[in-house]
Ligand binder design. Sequence first.
Ligand code: SF4
Length: 336
Amino acid sequence: MRKEAKYYRKLEDNKVECQLCPHNCVLAPGKKGICRVRVNREGSLIADSYGETISLTSDPIEKKPLYHFYPGKEILSAGPNGCNLRCPWCQNWTISQVESSTSYISPEQMVKFAREYNSIGVSYTYTEPLVWYEYLLDTAKLVKDAGMVNVLVTNGYINEAPLQELLPFVDAMNVDVKSMDDDFYKKYCKAKLAPVLRTVEIAKGEGCHVEVTNLVISDLNDSEEQIQKLVDWVAGIDDRMPVHFSRYFPQYKMNNPPTPQNTLEGAYELAKKKLKHVYLGNIHLPGRDDSYCPNCGNVLVARRGYTVSLTGLKRGRCNECGSETDFVLGNAVGER
Ligand code: SF4
């Protein structure tokens, strides 16, 4: 399905400039952008991937990962075929970096499916949902109208104006901050760091629930200095913003060995000195994916894989010390 794109301008000789993400691709007629899904067709920018869905399934919200937003709930999850970054370690490269077959799902059908799945809403995920922008906007509005929530799992690589238009419809985001080094973003992702950080800062400022993921890659971004930079930046925004350090495994074009367990444990310990909510993902280490009360240390939410128990919460407060906690609960599973 095709739809004229938002956020572009027409140039001489039937060229167009896409203004959705910081690549600002200038495209001659017939050419596709870096994301491979926005095309110059006879002097107009067309979103070729409108509603074209690579995958549709119901996931635990913890899989996004979001640990402080409706814990224990299921969310309908969908994504497009494409991405505006080029990370050589991409875990989903078969659907993000190469052309794959898709099925069209209209915004109305997506809402219907979310209801049928008894989902809290829709998560736009798996690849890079921001390159699905027009569909995202149309669907997110209908999802909100239906009383459900919208979740973005994203690399955060978007220009400010389209982000601002989208944010009122987004309830929660997990943003993948791959490194705190601009040269790293340039070398490996073919992108820039600053717009990613700006997306997190703006989303937080607008009241969106935000969690950050950092894939810790052995010998690439795993130094104490890199981890400390990330921690300091998060602490400067909000020390209660959850951070997930995720373990890397060799994938796609990257052959570095899997991130050692002690590197992840080191990142966890370093981050816990400044941040209230730190988690380790893609590895099971007891206690490292539980949520603790920042005041008294009580276990508020215990996790074993995707089994979630809200054992330490009572009406959103710690059941030991009575402190307020940092969860968006809705009618989360198991709250007392
Ligand atoms: S969204 Fe796609 S076409 Fe538009 S600027 Fe970004 S990579 Fe280029």
